[in-house]
Write a new protein. Structure first.
Length: 874
DNA sequence: AAGATCACG
DNA sequence: ACGTACGTGATCTTC
């Protein structure tokens, strides 16, 4: 049997050390974690190096100890524990529980005394003992069997105090450390000692007289009159100080060395705690070590058909796809799991399994999935209509924390403590190593995913309910996924010839502008290269440098506009940029993604943005040009899918400011919307104290910029940049705005305060965004988080509203038996196509549904237009 | 793979 | 004093 090794840790001391050694880290919910993190890394290191068989962490019990009856000023004058540290102690306790390490504390005694008592007992039993602390006092406990580890700078750098090390360092025995302390005192514990005697003098004296008692017996022999005088005057104090510094090795503890066996951590609990604390590096490191071996075998049947008797409700399903482009990619096969057993059926066979298809299409057969939108869309391509999705892991995880920046099932599962599933990167490889593995490998991978989904359903739903977000998840996001799938699958028709023709024209214009630029520059260069352009403009032509980027001169549009009067080439460059953008992103880009049906099928990312908005990719149909006429013409290529049909567009008017009026409960702002006034003009009237007919276009423009600023979480600098005014003027402006709209002013302050208290900003439908940086000591990070705390409820609530409108809209189209289809969403705008004869119906129905999506304190208003192309819906 | 730029709400 | 407006995606160049 290996020799017993007992590890005794001074919990309080190490937590303090870790806290002050590390910067203030927080987890994604804003709880400080640096002390727990430091403690953990130190613990991991010691466990690995020492491999103890017994362990205990001792804590100080409370404020009063038996030492206070000797000396009431003991530990007096100490700064009280910072709240950022106090809040970490419960997590430290949980951490130790997860490691299954015993913890102990005792009324009236300090951690030292518990350690002293246990180490004495262990020492007598000839156990090897290691004591770990940040407090050098503990070195008095060193012996032949006991080594005391004291953390130096940081927390993982450790000095080992054996009796011989102490001898070498101080020329004293461990026990004399107490006498040393008695003479020199300890300011941190407020132990007085003998004033004027420091470490050097104390050591010198103790080399001559081994203890304080013997020193005083021979006080007359001490050399140096001054020193002798000081010692004589403070005899009582020195003896008391010694008493205070002496660790009590007979504390009345009711725990025995035999009870301290350490058998390693409860891995699952530990991992899930690390998840909660966002200890990503620790998780990764230890997974790296366990990844290969610990993944459990699964029960899997690869089958050619699936019949009713193999199906149940609920079951988790996963359709394994070649890649993320589910509208076009290869579909490998479907895995089904009831939590224990899994089936995998290749996609070709699935298409010939009528009982399985019936089951998939049966609303009453409940399915749990990861990314229902992808599966529904991919099945729809084969005319299979997925119904009965009861749980969607990607949406649930996104609602629990939208900051989770991954769409990989395994990565999401890991976040919630489930690890028997691998990432796509591991199975398929990434970059150059990418390859399609065998069917067996794919089948197992898909089956593990289905298992993961099945196992995580309860946990996620519990968490959603706990956060009061279940309704948002179940009645908004989940039904929306299905509607988005229908919109994506429907797609929008594009007039390919129109795009090609526009491309031809653009190419000609670009060619001639390009030549003019080369002429002006006197040489050929790559106009698309900011680096090369910078050299031409700022070195060759000697134009003034207005702004720099990290890597060189800025040639961004706002800079070039300021340079325009300086040189005629600037205008050409701006035009080249503008047209080049249209050509590459919109003409060539869109032509590339028109499918055989003549349509473009974007994909909405429903679990991506931190505010709750959607995003659109492959292609992005949420940023089709509109502001400039040349670009806007791109919209002429977006057309209805049938002759005698039209496109119909409806957009919310000022939805974000209406949301603000509602949330801030600002009377002035509310009244503007109740009376349906032009909000920017109204703002100008209020801020400039003028009548409606006195508002100039500049005043309105300024008011509009301030309104934007308010929505974004205003800063004087941002506004000054936007309006090209000084910062001071911008600051005055904001001040005037806020005193005109006192409700808004109050809202801004309250949003930050509330987010700070709760740890997150929330929307009308209780969507959350965690903002740990509100507590950051970094000005930039904190300011950013503060602006986010103001902006997220506004932008996010607007997103909630339009999502709700989309659900209501889909229902209304069905109920009215309309042929009209909802095709696109652009944040505050919905685009439909419909037969001509339905347009009049939509003109009534759509604005009504949109306006009634969610009841606010102010009316919601939607404006609409229809036309033969998207361009004409204005 | 990162940075700059520019398209949208 | 600190250095910024909020949220996205695609393309191009450069490293």
């Amino acid at each position: 049997m290996t020799k017993e090794k007992l590890l005794l840790l001074d919990g309080n001391s190490l937590a303090y050390r870790a806290f002050f050694a590390l910067p203030l880290l927080t987890n994604d919910q804003g709880i400080h974690t640096n002390a727990v993190y430091g403690f953990t890394t130190m613990l991991q290191k010691i466990l690995e190096e020492e491999k103890p068989t017994k362990m205990l962490v001792a804590f100080d019990a409370g404020k009063t100890t038996f030492r206070h009856s000797t000396y009431s000023e003991y530990k007096g004058g100490r700064q009280k524990t910072p709240p950022e540290l106090s809040e970490q102690f419960p997590y430290l306790r949980k951490l130790l529980d997860a490691y299954r390490i015993k913890q102990y504390e005792l009324d009236l005694y300090e951690a030292d005394d518990i350690i002293g008592t246990l180490s004495k007992e262990a020492d007598e039993q000839k156990l090897e003992v290691i004591i770990v602390s940040g407090d050098k006092d503990l070195t008095q406990l060193a012996s032949d069997n006991t080594t005391v580890y004291i953390t130096r700078k940081g927390i993982t750098d450790i000095e080992h105090y054996t009796p011989s090390h102490i001898e070498e360092k101080y020329g004293l025995t461990p026990h004399q450390i107490i006498d040393m302390k008695g003479l020199m005192g300890d300011s941190s514990d407020n132990i007085p000692g003998v004033p004027g005697v420091g470490e050097k003098t104390a050591i010198k004296l103790l080399k001559q007289y081994p203890t304080i008692e013997e020193l005083y017996q021979h006080i007359d022999e001490v050399s140096g009159a001054k020193l002798k005088e000081k010692l004589a005057a403070n005899e009582e104090q020195a003896k008391m100080s010694k008493e205070l510094a002496t660790i009590n090795r007979q504390a009345p503890i009711d725990i025995k060395v035999e009870e301290l066996n350490y058998e390693g951590p409860d891995v699952d609990t530990l991992f899930s705690l690390w998840q909660d604390l966002s200890f990503k590096s620790l998780i990764q490191k230890s997974e790296f070590e366990t990844e290969e071996k610990e993944i459990e075998a699964i029960e899997l049947d690869i089958v050619e058909t699936i019949t009713k008797d193999q199906l149940a409700s609920p079951m988790a399903i996963h359709l394994e796809l070649e890649n993320e482009s589910y509208h076009t990619c290869k579909r490998f096969g479907l895995a089904l799991s009831n939590g224990n057993k899994t089936y995998y059926i290749p996609f070709e066979q699935l298409q010939n399994s009528p009982e399985l298809i019936d089951w998939l299409q049966d609303e009453n057969q409940k399915k749990y999935v990861f990314d229902s939108k992808a599966i529904q869309s991919a099945l729809y391509r084969s005319d299979i209509h997925l119904k009965g999705v009861e749980f969607d892991l990607i949406l649930a995880a996104y609602i629990v924390n939208p900051a989770m920046s991954t769409d990989d099932l395994a990565a999401v599962a890991k976040e919630f403590g489930y690890r028997d599933v691998q990432t796509n990167d591991i199975i398929y490889g990434k970059g150059a190593k990418k390859a399609i593995p065998s069917q067996e490998v794919i089948a197992e991978h898909a089956s593990r995913k289905a298992n993961a989904v099945f196992h995580l359903q309860t946990k996620l739903e519990e968490q959603l309910k706990e956060n009061e977000q279940f309704d948002l998840y179940r009645n908004l996001e989940l039904p929306l996924a299905s509607i988005l799938s229908e919109m994506e699958s429907e797609g929008i028709t594009v007039d390919r010839e129109r795009l090609v023709e526009m491309g031809r024209e653009l190419a000609e214009k670009l060619k001639s502008i390009e030549e003019e630029i080369y002429q002006a520059a006197g040489e050929k260069f790559n106009i698309n290269s900011p680096k090369q352009l910078g050299v031409i403009l700022f070195e060759k032509l000697g134009l003034p440098i207005i702004k720099k980027t990290k890597t060189g001169y800025s040639t961004a549009a706002d800079v070039l506009e300021k340079l325009a009067p300086e040189h005629e080439v600037i205008q050409h460059i701006l035009e080249y940029r503008q047209l080049g953008k249209l050509q590459s992103t919109y003409i060539e880009g869109l032509l590339k993604v028109i499918l055989e049906d003549g349509k473009i099928h974007t994909r909405y990312q429903q679990a991506l943005t931190s505010t709750g908005r959607l995003s659109s990719i492959d292609p992005n149909l949420q940023n089709i040009p509109v502001r400039l006429e040349e670009g806007r013409k791109i919209r002429q290529a977006f057309v209805p899918s049938h002759p005698e049909w039209k496109l119909f567009a409806a957009d919310y008017s000022q939805i974000e400011l209406r949301v603000l009026a509602h949330m801030a409960n600002d009377e002035n702002l509310k009244s503007a919307f109740v009376h349906d006034q032009d909000i920017h003009t109204k703002t100008a009237m209020t801020v400039f104290h003028v009548e409606a007919d006195e508002v100039t276009s500049d005043m309105r423009r300024a008011a509009k910029a301030v309104n934007f600023g308010i929505v974004y979480g205003i800063s004087d600098y941002g506004l000054s940049q936007n309006l090209s005014i000084t910062r001071k003027e911008a600051a005055d402006f904001i001040e005037r705005y806020l005193s005109s709209f006192p409700g808004v002013k109050k809202y801004m302050a309250e949003s930050i305060k509330e987010a700070k208290e709760k740890g997150f900003a929330a929307t009308i439908l209780n969507r959350r965004r965690y903002l740990p940086d509100l507590h950051s000591s970094n000005f930039n990070l904190r300011s950013f988080a503060e602006r986010t705390a103001m902006n997220t409820p506004i932008q996010g609530s607007a997103a909630d509203i339009i999502k709700k409108a989309m659900i209501d809209m889909a229902k209304a189209l069905k109920e009215h038996n309309l042929k009209a289809k909802m095709l696109l969403q652009v944040h505050d705008e919905l685009i439909f196509e419909a037969p001509n004869e339905e347009i009049a119906i939509l003109e009534k129905l759509v604005p009504e549904v949109m306006a009634n999506a969610i009841k606010l304190q102010v009316p919601l208003k939607a404006e609409f237009a229809s036309g033969d192309t998207w361009y004409e819906t204005k």
